[in-house]
Design a protein around this ligand. Structure first.
Ligand SMILES: [Zn+2]
Length: 289
């Protein structure tokens, strides 16, 4: 199992770079663009660590930037300020400082709850970042994700299970969420199937509208989300969206797709998706030898 790291940055380039780095380490990245979203994500989903871009709070205001960074940091730290027996924070926060900021402020940053600080530019510091992330997770007692379960305070999404069973009634296709049966209209099911298969290939990976085939039906994700939300605890987001209009099923979810049953589906597009998935899997098996 992989760690889930919360990336808090309003900067798409930084988000892309950090997500690539986190994924190359075998972990999953959740991206949010504001402190408010980060607070909600921490409270509702929990995560193994936070990477906080100091650029998060750059709107002009009466206070200076360094001060705003510190208050954003302190606000997140207040969500989980527990320390382990060795004195390290249980929830590590890596602060990304602006390129031009002096390191004289580091004491204040650590006092406000940072576990480590790395200065921009990030592209030149990939290895340093990877080392720091590993180090702070290690100090937090999170050598692997199994250890994180012990630290979890509130992770309502954990244990949510989605099964695409292929059960059909007129114009609709069924699924089971946490063993409870539900269904959605066939057109929406096609999108759910694509999301589920993408989740199976790479948990936490994003699919664009084009990949999901919803360029002409922009309302489908919100309809699907509403259908899935009826099965989970309030506040848990089963279908996530990022700022570029891509979607994914929550990385916390486990997903199961009954390809045999779906092979018999009345919609040609479903049968085609199943066939392509089988081909992809056969190729992957071949590669794995
Ligand atoms: Zn973890």
């Amino acid at each position: 199992m992989h760690h889930v790291l919360l990336l808090v940055t309003p900067d798409p380039a930084a988000a892309r770079m950090l997500r690539g780095l986190v994924e190359s380490m075998g972990d999953v990245a959740w991206e949010v663009a504001s402190i408010d979203e980060a607070r909600v994500a921490l409270a509702q989903k929990g995560c193994c660590g936070v990477i906080l871009d100091a650029a998060i709070d750059e709107e002009p205001g009466p206070r200076d930037r360094a001060h705003r960074t510190l208050s954003a940091l302190a606000e997140l730290r207040a969500k989980d300020a527990r320390r382990n027996a060795a004195g390290s924070f249980v929830l590590p926060i890596l602060l990304i400082a602006p390129e031009d900021e002096s390191l004289d402020d580091s004491d204040a940053r650590y006092a406000a709850g940072a576990s480590a600080v790395v200065r921009k530019p990030l592209a030149a510091r990939r290895e340093l970042l990877a080392r720091k992330i590993e180090a702070i997770l290690g100090r937090a007692g999170r050598e692997d994700h199994a250890a994180c379960a012990v630290n979890a305070v509130n992770v309502p999404g954990r244990g949510v299970h989605l099964a695409l069973t292929g059960a059909r009634t007129r114009g609709r296709t069924g699924f089971r969420m946490n063993a409870k049966p539900g269904d959605v209209q066939n057109g929406h099911f096609v999108v759910l199937l694509r999301l589920a298969l993408a989740h199976g290939r790479r948990r936490g990976g994003w699919s664009s509208r084009a990949q999901l085939g919803i360029t002409r039906n922009p309302e489908i994700p919100s309809r699907l989300r509403a259908a899935l939300r009826a099965f989970v605890s309030p506040g848990y987001e089963p279908l996530e969206a990022d700022w570029s209009g891509s979607f994914r099923l929550s990385p916390e979810m486990t997903v199961e797709v009954d390809l045999d049953a779906l092979e018999e589906h009345s919609l040609p597009v479903v049968r085609k998706i199943v066939k392509e998935e089988r081909e992809l899997r056969a190729k992957a098996r071949k590669r794995a030898g």
